[in-house]
Design a protein around this ligand. Structure first.
Ligand code: PGA
Length: 256
């Protein structure tokens, strides 16, 4: 199986530029481009350039934004579109993170437009899906995730599917809570997501990388990556500490 493995750090609204540079440099020094695991960092928009300086075009670190507008330009105060991200040297963007969905009104419909525009612009997308605790407790986790997928992919055609499309399963109850999905829970959902993609897009859907996110730490990364359908991680809190993040990268390499 030739799925690409990724470990991507989502720094959220953390790190001023000088700290972002130091953190990115330590991560770049510890990662290697020849590794079977691709490493990505998603700083704030304002730190994209300092991380880019460390990342280098062919270096070991791929640069992502944390969000992207659904349009390229125009009268949209505060927005940053895909062409601007490309101009800043980003590989792509995280889209539909649960914090955007819950706190900033990123609806399924908006997420779908962001995904479409990003893929059309030739950038990579890390599309996040995941259920809340209530849905998990009610046994409705798969229904919620499948409905997020159906909405997000409503206008995505088979021709748009490539390595540039990455998925991340992030159960909301596991984000920043210290509570992680078990490898069995993660694997079961990743299998469900993969089978949905395969039903809709055939092989091109089946072969997409599906990352797990939600309190990934050096101590649980090895058991999670051992799950057959887990192709890497989207890491929040632990990505702010280069040593922890690099330990997670090493665990992903060992399990890749
Ligand atoms: P966490 O965040 O690792 O701090 O739980 C993950 C994420 O929100 O991507």
């Amino acid at each position: 199986m030739s799925r690409i493995h990724w470990v991507v750090g989502n720094w959220k609204q953390n790190l001023l530029r000088a700290d972002a540079r130091t953190c990115a440099q330590a991560i770049a020094d510890g990662a290697t481009s020849a590794s079977p695991v691709r490493v990505g960092l998603a700083p704030t928009y304002l730190a994209l350039d300092v991380v880019r300086a460390v990342a280098q075009p062919d270096g070991p670190v791929h640069l992502f934004a944390q969000d992207v507008a659904a349009q390229d330009s125009g009268a949209f105060t505060g927005e940053v579109g895909p062409a601007m991200l490309a101009d800043a040297g980003a590989t792509g963007s995280i889209i539909g993170h649960s914090e955007r969905r819950a706190l900033f009104a990123d609806t399924d419909e908006l997420v779908s437009r962001k995904l479409l525009r990003t893929l059309e612009a030739g950038l990579s997308a890390i599309l996040c899906v995941g259920e809340g605790l209530e849905a998990r407790d009610a046994g409705k986790h798969e229904t919620v995730v499948i409905s997020q997928l159906s909405a997000a992919f409503s206008n995505v055609t088979p021709e748009m599917l490539s390595d540039r499309l990455i998925l991340a399963y992030e159960p909301v109850w596991a984000i920043g809570t210290g509570r992680t999905a078990t490898p069995e829970q993660a694997d079961a959902m990743h299998r469900r997501i993969r089978s949905w993609l395969q039903d809709r897009y055939g092989e091109a859907g089946r072969d997409r990388s599906i990352l797990y996110g939600g309190s990934v730490k050096p101590g649980n990364a090895a058991e999670l990556i051992a799950a057959p359908d887990v192709d890497g991680f989207l890491v929040g809190g632990a990505s702010l500490d280069p040593a922890s993040f690099l330990d997670i990268v090493r665990a992903a390499k060992a399990g890749a």
